[in-house]
Write a protein that binds this ligand. Structure first.
Ligand SMILES: [Zn+2]
Length: 275
């Protein structure tokens, strides 16, 4: 009798569970629909809602950002901002000017199409005239990155406009403090400039890896994450062997990577790929 009761109870509870299951599933799907809706509402306010303190159409940097210890960006939805492959200046500190260069310079011509690097929402559309970036754009992306496009001849998008990766957002130019038309391209996280060369390989027109992880204490500052090892900017008096020694590579490797011969005369300011 006791055994029968136990058996009976088990049978009953199993039956109950069986009958409840579809309701559970329904509830779960309602939950995730509600969650999805909530996410959509938040995303429509601004992308990366969970990590950024605010949305504004004014400044590149943030005063009130809380910087996490680390953060991983999904780079897979990328599109190269330009089809051009020649890097004309690298990311890093410029001792001579005592200021940082917060992006990569890529050779483009006036009127060339510039494309959004990822899906996102246009945050800043401004013109600094002859100063700084000249005509520039800032886009906030769903993956948490912001990208900056400077020295444009024309902006094709408006503030708060949603854009898809690869969408034409501007035309290349030579506005602002610029000598010769080029695209000044920055990748930032909460206003902190990160070296784009660690994420984008313009020469190969591809991303370096599917993800990039930012580490707060690893020195993502302009000095800490300079493109040492990746690119080198030729200084007066440099020779291929001197650069090879400094960068821990060989002359033949430098020649191969940069399509040079051992006799090529280096020009100060020239950017060499080192790895
Ligand atoms: Zn630049």
């Amino acid at each position: 009798m006791v055994a029968a009761t136990v058996f009976g109870t088990q049978a009953y509870s199993q039956d109950l569970i069986a009958r409840q299951a579809p309701i559970d599933r329904k509830l779960k799907s309602v939950d995730s629909l509600a969650l999805q809706k909530q996410i959509r509402v938040e995303q429509s306010l601004y992308p990366a809602f969970d990590i950024y303190p605010s949305w504004n159409n004014e400044t590149v940097a943030y005063k009130d950002a809380i910087i996490p210890e680390s953060y991983t960006f999904d780079l897979t939805g990328f599109c190269m901002p330009t089809e051009h492959t020649k890097i004309t200046d690298i990311f890093g500190y410029r001792p001579r000017r005592r200021r940082g260069h917060y992006g990569l310079d890529i050779k483009v011509y006036v009127g060339d199409t510039i494309r959004a690097a990822f899906d996102g929402k246009v945050r800043v559309v401004k013109n600094q005239g002859r100063r700084g970036y000249g005509k520039y754009l800032v886009i906030r992306h769903d993956n948490g990155l912001e990208t900056v496009y400077g020295h444009l001849s024309k902006q094709l998008v408006k503030e708060d406009q949603l854009v898809r990766a690869g969408e034409a957002i501007a035309l290349g130019g030579n506005t602002g403090r610029s000598t010769g038309s080029h695209l000044h391209f920055e990748t930032r996280f909460l206003g902190i400039p990160l070296n784009p060369a660690l994420m984008f390989d313009f020469e190969k027109q591809d991303i370096v890896a599917d993800t990039y992880t930012f580490h707060k204490d690893k020195g993502n500052s302009q000095k800490g994450s300079s493109s040492k090892g990746l690119f080198y900017k030729v200084k007066r008096g440099d020779t291929l062997s001197k650069i090879a020694r400094k960068q821990g590579t060989t002359v033949s490797q430098l020649c191969k990577l940069n399509h040079l011969t051992r006799r090529t005369v280096l020009r100060p300011g020239q950017v060499l790929r080192c790895s």
